[in-house]
Write a new protein. Structure first.
Lengths: 253, 232
């Protein structure tokens, strides 16, 4: 039995007086891709953002219950949120490179967290990150050009390179391919599969086919509750809960 | 209670596949019935007619494959829908094989007619046919109504067909020494009995697919590991 890397117990999330997540218990296993699926407004992105305290940025958002990463309660007041986000990286729906060069986009986190000690080490780590993100061959000769000069798919891989540069434990992805064409999507999906050897990945996706392709575990959220969580194969071939069945087959529940 | 799809055409597409299987099942049932009848009242034209069912059945089989293929491309069916789409491909294959056995039976009628074997053997064939036709009717009803209890009772009936097959073979062996001049027709009786034994097996396979559509459980899964599971 493998110990989970992320454990959530009795997690409730509120936006002011509105409750978005109800009493969620969830164990996420290391080196697996876990997909969160569910209709818009079901709370899956809210729950994802709670894993690296991205919700702290929303003043009316309140998280209760227990959320641990590698045994540490991330909502402990003593936790340094900036350090936490280096451990738990995030890739967003819309590629959001900084208005800086390709090199600086990847080097940024390394500099602010003072991870590398010399210029050579920094360059090496940037190259390693870009290689890991499958982008090196496409940008090696133009590292000084602006990040936003790249295509959408390349920008998203740049954001993934930026996230992995600081060697996080977990990478959260919030619909990372929804703005990409099928080819760029395939490249990112291939990358996700390669990355899971070294990282734990949690991905929110509206594409059931994508969840079935990239993940090993799938969680179905509905109206703020975790309805069903299990092996991806079971969820998509023979779900236990009727609500899951209705959702994945496009039926009116 | 099963809910409707948001996309109404999805339901219509699945219904059409189902209706085609039912149509095919009924046609194969008629073919089995007629093939059995022609054994006792031989008519060359009737054999020809029974044989010609083949073309229609193969056409329906292709129709089901085409419909399932286009549904997969258009709708990417999941879970229950996936099973409802994939199972008919297999079920129509089983029905097509049953049709082949009926055809093979009808084509042997002239040999039986020219040298009638021991009446007991023909009686056993007739009994096998009655059971197989009832099984076929019921399995199609079970498929139509997603009735797994009826599908289970169909599977249970197959042992009666198997017992009659063994009994027929035994009778043929005993009769061969008494009436060696009937050897040819007795061998064909054995092959006809074998056809019905196989028909029973194909019907059982259909009953398993019905069970799988409804429950997601593959009754044959214990036979060995599948290498088609999604990668871990």
């Amino acid at each position: 039995m493998i110990d989970p890397i992320i454990t959530a117990r009795g997690v409730d999330i509120f936006y002011d007086t509105n409750q978005a997540i109800f009493d969620v218990d969830l164990d996420i296993l290391p080196n697996k891709v876990t997909a969160f699926i569910g209709p818009s407004g079901c709370g899956k992105s809210t729950f994802l953002r709670a894993i690296n305290r991205m919700n702290d940025l929303i003043p009316i958002c309140r998280v209760t219950g227990e959320m641990k990463i590698a045994g540490q309660d991330i909502y402990d007041p003593a936790v340094d949120v900036v350090a936490l986000r280096a451990q738990v990286g995030m890739v967003f729906q819309k590629p959001n490179p900084f208005p800086k060069s390709i090199f600086e986009n990847v080097a940024y986190g390394l500099k602010i967290h003072k991870i590398t000690e010399s210029k050579t080490e920094l360059q090496d780590r940037v190259e390693w990150s870009l290689r890991s993100a499958g982008l090196w061959a496409e940008v090696a000769d133009r590292l000084d050009q602006p990040g936003n000069s790249l295509s959408g798919g390349q920008q998203q891989r740049l954001c993934i390179a930026r996230a992995i540069a600081v060697k996080p434990k977990v990478i959260l992805m919030d619909e990372p391919c929804s703005a990409l064409d099928p080819i760029a999507t395939a490249v990112v999906e291939e990358l996700i599969d390669n990355l899971r050897k070294d990282y734990t990945i949690v991905i929110v996706t509206h594409s059931m086919q994508q969840a079935a392709r990239v993940s090993q575990r799938t969680a179905f959220f509905h109206l703020g509750t975790l309805v069903e969580f299990g092996d991806t194969k079971s969820i998509f071939t023979n779900p236990a809960d009727e609500r899951t069945q209705n959702y994945i087959t496009g039926r009116i529940g | 209670m099963e809910h409707e799809h948001i996309v109404k055409k999805f339901d219509k597409n699945l219904e059409k596949i189902k209706a085609t299987i039912v149509e095919m099942g009924e046609l194969v049932g008629i073919q089995v019935n007629d093939a059995t009848a022609v054994l006792s009242s031989y008519d060359a034209a009737e054999v020809e007619r029974i044989t010609s069912y083949d073309r229609i059945i193969n056409g329906l089989n292709k129709d089901i494959h085409d419909r399932a293929e286009i549904l997969i491309v258009r709708r990417q069916p999941m879970a229950l829908d996936l099973r409802k789409t994939l199972a008919p491909i297999n079920i129509s294959g089983e029905l097509e094989r049953i049709g082949d056995h009926a055809k093979s039976t009808a084509k042997r009628a002239h040999i039986i007619h020219n040298a009638p074997p021991e009446a007991a053997t023909l009686d056993m064939i007739a009994q096998m046919s009655v059971i197989a036709q009832a099984m076929l009717d019921n399995v199609i009803i079970a498929y139509e109504n997603a009735d797994i209890d009826l599908a289970a009772s169909v599977r249970a009936q197959d042992k009666d067909v198997d017992a009659l097959y063994k009994q027929t073979v035994q009778t043929v062996i005993e009769t061969l020494s008494k009436t060696p001049e009937n050897a040819e027709s007795l061998i064909h009786i054995t092959l006809i009995a074998r056809n019905f034994e196989r028909i029973g097996d194909h019907i059982c396979n259909i009953a398993r697919y019905v069970h799988q559509i409804v429950t997601g459980e593959d009754l044959k899964a214990s036979a060995g590991p599948s290498d088609l599971r999604l990668e871990k």
